[in-house]
Design a protein. Structure first.
Length: 106
């Protein structure tokens, strides 16, 4: 463990960082008192595990069928067209806010 004063640290920063990169812990001091510690960063390895959900979920052949889309659309029925957060039907119609999303532009 080496200690550098602020002036030395500013002058030899590249050298100090190389020491840190090699695993050394370095202290920076002001008036002989340690005020900072430089140490190597521990890089965490991020391993991605593919296939975690294999055989746990499935998509049916009719996932994009008209019936499935209609069922999803029904879940967006509204009671009051002026209140898009209402969960009630508006005369059996999809709220205008969601109509284009489900049925496209007419």
């Amino acid at each position: 463990m080496k200690t550098y004063n602020i002036h030395e640290a500013k002058t030899h920063l590249s050298k100090i960082l190389n020491e840190v990169r090699e695993g050394e812990i370095v202290y920076i001091a002001k008036s002989g008192k340690k005020i900072a510690e430089l140490k190597p960063v521990e890089e965490k390895s991020r391993s991605i595990k593919l296939g975690l959900l294999k055989d746990k979920i499935s998509v049916t052949d009719n996932w994009n069928s008209d019936e499935t889309n209609e069922e999803i659309a029904k879940s967006f029925f509204q009671e009051d067209p002026s209140e898009p957060n209402s969960d009630q039907e508006v005369d059996g119609e999809v709220h205008p806010k969601y109509r284009e999303f489900f049925y496209g532009k007419k």
